[in-house]
Design a protein around this ligand. Structure first.
Ligand code: SAM
Length: 184
């Protein structure tokens, strides 16, 4: 993330416990990335968002708390660390963060979601689609994108965070969290 982005990330800076954040987020950037995307797509209170591949739902809960959205957190898998369905972690985090009334965990993934067309004002997805592309190839990636497009309202906004190579040094505070996961 650039110096410019760091300066914008004021809400995320109020949550400095990176050990906790990176124990709960598998994607790079954690809450900083969530804030960057939320600002970029103009997230607003009262809107309904779908988080595709929410993992333990930390970013979802943070978006619900900081931006006042109602969020559907989708994740189809079990947690590789403890074998519990991700949706259990999401529900637990939602209670812990005081947003259980606005974060709904749904055990589903793209492209097989249970939602009607044009259900959401916003879609949010970090480091899930690239993983799907790695596992299912280009066709799986396109199907997943197509489903997100289908369930977004016309004029809805999609914030997508995917890994990329930046020719810039890794910020010092993030350096301890740089890992190579099994899907790299
Ligand atoms: C690399 S993690 C990213 C998690 C989170 N968005 C983050 O940035 O920390 C990918 C997540 O996608 C979930 N997942 C796997 N297949 C999926 C699918 N078809 N649709 C949605 N999510 C999926 C996995 O369970 C995992 O939690």
């Amino acid at each position: 993330m650039s110096t410019e982005d760091s300066a914008v990330a004021t809400r995320a800076a109020a949550y400095p416990d990176l050990d906790h954040i990176y124990a709960q987020c598998s994607g790079p950037g954690g809450l900083r990335l969530a804030e960057h995307l939320a600002e970029a797509i103009g997230l607003r209170a009262g809107a309904v968002l779908v988080d595709v591949g929410a993992n333990r739902g930390l970013q979802t809960c943070w978006l619900a708390k900081e931006y006042g959205v109602t969020a559907l957190a989708l994740d189809p898998w079990e947690d590789r660390q403890d074998g519990r369905p991700m949706v259990e972690h999401i529900a637990g985090n939602a209670r812990e963060w005081g947003v259980a009334d606005r974060v709904i965990a749904v055990r589903a993934g793209v492209p097989d979601t249970p939602f009607a067309a044009e259900s959401f004002d916003f879609a949010y997805c970090t480091t899930t689609l690239e993983m799907i592309r790695g596992l299912q190839g280009e066709a799986g990636y396109r199907d997943a994108l197509g489903e997100i497009h289908r369930i977004l309202k016309p004029g809805g906004m999609f914030g997508l965070g995917e890994p990329m190579h930046l020719d810039a040094p890794i910020p010092e505070d993030l350096r301890p969290y740089v890992t190579r996961g099994e899907f790299c």
